[in-house]
Design a protein around this ligand. Structure first.
Ligand code: SF4
Ligand code: SF4
Length: 385
């Protein structure tokens, strides 16, 4: 059965600002039906990496918080710590980064809580009994919350194809160990002939998974003076991809063909675990603004690949993400972005990540009962064209 996905474009008027339209959107999508009076409500979002600029503007979170308060809920903004070295690895760094990025109480109207505690270890095991996991490790604060509102910045992602509601909840609600369990099979592949043995990747690896070894005889090298080669200990690697970005030679890459499909399925199973018990008390909102070509976890945001589209909301995270992919692919690309030139790109995710089967995320999410890929797009009243 088709799920309803509510949509507002970004057209506004004197008596209908974007803040007002967001309130109308979330009410139309059923916000009042998911909260209980006095219920602690987790508003799960990404506060942005330091240096990133494409995350949801804090000012636009306020109307969602206000609607929750009006409905009698007690909302708080929340996210979990990262696996990789960055500005959100511990709760202290994470909160400092969030405030620097503008997620202050005075702007957003709700307190900030890091859901998996000081060091990412506050977790609760949730039984799911699915293809990859019998149980998943979810941040304790999210499990304990009475209701959940996902606020996701919709963008492309170099391992999951795209990041929307499913990824915000699947990877984003997992504790550190839970994130490792999802990433564990995504150890980078080494392209030996490109490796100059500089060791920069090893310096970036927070998990001690990279060793520099003597280059075995017969292994091609960029030139004959390169005596060392990188080696990755797969038992230590957590698949955070930090080293890939450290390597200016392009000698490390993701194993696209096999590992990413599994990662997408694992994300979907974690999302099912994070929502367990909250199936009737969750709402998902995706911002199709500044749709960047890669994840918000990088300390930069590249130019958007399409013009801003709008904001969509649904009680069904699968329908919502499917609708967002479709809205993205219907939009004209911006040649000033990574999608250069005048060529038509009917599938913008595959245009940038040709080896990624991004549909896997949606297919498996539907298989595990998270929702339906069939949807009806409902425009909220007051949408000018
Ligand atoms: S993989 Fe890249 S960063 Fe690592 S040693 Fe080789 S060239 Fe240097
Ligand atoms: S080897 Fe690379 S992907 Fe693996 S943990 Fe180290 S930095 Fe992360």
């Amino acid at each position: 059965m088709a799920s309803q996905v509510y949509f507002t474009n970004l057209r506004t008027a004197y008596n209908n600002s974007l803040l007002t339209k967001i309130q109308h959107l979330v009410l139309a999508a059923g916000l009042e039906d998911i909260v209980r009076k006095g219920g602690l409500t987790a508003v799960k979002l990404h506060f942005g990496e330091r240096g990133g600029t494409a995350f949801i503007r804090p000012l636009l979170v306020r109307p969602v918080v206000d609607a929750l308060l009006k409905a009698g809920a007690r909302p708080f903004l929340t996210d979990t710590g990262t696996l990789y070295v960055g500005s959100r690895g511990s709760a202290v760094d994470h909160l400092n980064t969030a405030v620097l990025n503008g997620f202050d109480y005075s702007v957003a109207g709700a307190p900030l809580i890091i859901a998996d505690g000081l060091d990412g270890a506050d977790e609760i095991s949730v039984a799911v009994n699915l293809k990859h996991f019998s149980e998943v490790l979810i941040a304790s604060t999210i499990v304990r919350a009475d209701a959940l509102v996902s606020l996701a910045h919709f963008k492309l992602h170099d391992a999951a194809g795209f990041g929307g509601a499913i990824k915000n909840i699947g990877m984003g609600a997992a504790s550190r160990k839970g994130k490792m369990a999802q990433h564990s099979e995504v150890a980078p592949k080494i392209i030996a002939k490109k490796c100059i043995g500089c060791g920069l990747c090893a310096q970036q690896c927070a998990h001690g998974a990279i060793l520099m070894v003597e280059r075995p005889a017969g292994v091609a090298a960029p030139d004959s003076s390169v005596a060392q080669l990188v080696r990755i200990d797969r038992t230590l690697c957590v698949g955070c991809a930090q080293c890939i970005h450290a390597c200016a030679q392009g000698a490390l890459t993701i194993n696209w063909d096999t590992d990413c499909a599994k990662l997408m399925e694992k994300i979907a199973e974690y999302a099912a675990g994070a929502l367990k018990g909250k199936e009737k008390r969750s709402l998902f909102i995706n911002f199709l603004t500044q749709i960047s070509p890669a994840c918000d976890c990088y300390p930069f945001s590249d130019a958007p690949i399409v013009a801003d589209i709008g904001i969509a909301a649904s009680r069904d995270p699968v329908a919502l993400d499917q609708a967002c992919v479709d809205l993205l692919n219907k939009s004209a690309h911006l040649p000033s972005s990574r999608l250069e030139g005048e060529k038509h790109y009917p599938d913008k995710i595959r245009a940038l990540y040709p080896k990624l089967d991004w549909e896997r995320q949606l297919i498996h999410a539907q298989e595990v009962g998270l929702g339906s890929r069939e949807y009806e797009l409902v425009e909220i009243a007051g949408n000018k064209r």
